[in-house]
Design a protein around this ligand. Structure first.
Ligand SMILES: Nc1ncnc2c1ncn2[C@@H]1O[C@H](COP(=O)(O)OP(=O)(O)OP(=O)(O)O)[C@@H](O)[C@H]1O
Length: 347
């Protein structure tokens, strides 16, 4: 077992803003008050959902926010979109002080929140068109943008249906369409692909990528889908407990675990813990159903594969793979809930 308290903070998280930064966050603090206790029960603690966040998002980049449930991602983006006021700290978006002037955010940001209730009563087409009109497009332009985005996201066949009567994935896709109408210099999308099938997800990623390529749009993206996000993100901030615990390019983050390989062992049924070589791996393995995942130095991985394929454990083994680490491994390695926030803990 090895540990290393290494975190990358290239181009972000430092106190000095880059001249290319369109969004500069410094010292952001937001605390939710403790919930009122039921009679006789002790009051729960207040929750510091943003705990001193520094962040620079650069012009034209697709910037991802990753982190476990409750890490503070939505709280952060709601402060970046003027919907929530921090107790301390500053948010500068394209030269506008959003803590003092939260009303200016709507002119600068196309925001997709986690909830869609405001658009639910409208049809897919009307939601997109109305959003365009609210963002200042004239009627002809709003209709043209509506048609283009519905085609782009494959929504034309259900354009006339009410959003509230759609399936979860369709509803989410309709909300993404509305968020993309009426050009804004920055898009803030909170888990845009939740509930979508692979084709819809791919359409969303390419629509986002296209806006960056064609219009230089800056995109801040909250997502749990690290494997897909890896292909579109320029940089990623990993959050935990209201803090940014790492920030770099996907490849820079992957370099944190680059010396390792990932071993996946899938057991036919229960792992054969009576085999000493298998029992010795139990503490280091991340178990999910019949699958054990281990991150190991290459020579350790070779020894594990030899042990489970050559000895008595082989009869219990259904499948095994040996791969280089992905961004998901970095995310899990840094996700402080399970392994500590003070850096990488290698299995
Ligand atoms: N309105 C609220 N009142 C009190 N606590 C809240 C409120 N909204 C969020 N929290 C708490 O603040 C913390 C951060 O929540 P937040 O929604 O920002 O996390 P998240 O990273 O977006 O999570 P998820 O991935 O589940 O969407 C959590 O502990 C959450 O329970």
């Amino acid at each position: 077992m090895r540990t290393g308290a290494k975190q990358t903070e290239r181009g972000s998280g430092g106190k000095t803003a880059s001249s290319d930064a369109v969004c500069v966050v410094r010292g952001l603090v937001k605390t939710y008050p403790a919930a009122r206790a039921r009679r006789g029960a002790p009051q729960g603690p207040a929750i510091r959902a943003s705990d001193g966040i520094d962040l620079d998002v650069l012009r034209g980049e697709i910037f991802g926010l990753l982190g476990p449930n409750g890490a503070g991602k939505s709280t952060l983006v709601r402060q970046l979109t003027g919907l929530l006021k921090p107790e301390q700290g500053s948010v500068d978006l394209l030269g506008h002080d959003l803590v003092r002037h939260p009303d200016r955010a709507s002119r600068l940001v196309g925001y997709l929140g986690q909830e869609s209730t405001a658009l639910d009563e409208l049809t897919v087409a009307l939601a997109a068109e109305t959003t365009g009109r609210l963002r200042g497009l004239d009627a002809r332009r709003a209709r043209a943008e509506r048609d283009a985005v519905l085609d782009e996201l494959g929504l034309a066949p259900i354009a006339g249906r009410a959003i509230k009567k759609l399936s979860g994935g369709q509803r989410r896709l309709a909300c993404v369409a509305a968020a993309l109408v009426g050009e804004r210099p920055m898009l803030v999308l909170d888990e845009p692909t939740t509930g979508m099938d692979p084709i819809a997800r791919r359409a969303v990623w390419s629509a986002i990528d296209r806006r960056r390529a064609e219009s230089g749009t800056t995109v801040l993206l909250v997502t749990h889908n690290v494997i897909e996000a890896e292909t579109v993100l320029d940089r990623v901030a990993v959050m935990d407990n209201g803090r940014v615990i790492a920030c770099d390019t996907p490849s820079g983050l992957k370099a944190l675990v680059a010396g390792d390989v990932r071993v996946d062992l899938v057991w036919r049924d229960q792992p054969p813990l009576d085999v000493p070589e298998v029992a010795a791996l139990q503490d280091a393995a991340r178990a999910a159903g019949r699958r054990w995942t281990l991150r190991l130095a290459p020579e350790e991985a070779r020894a594990v594969i030899a042990a489970v394929t050559g000895g008595p454990a082989f009869a219990a083994l259904d499948d095994f793979t040996l791969t280089t680490p992905s961004l998901e491994d970095v995310y899990l390695a840094l996700g402080g809930r399970t392994q500590g926030t003070d850096g990488l803990v290698k299995a």
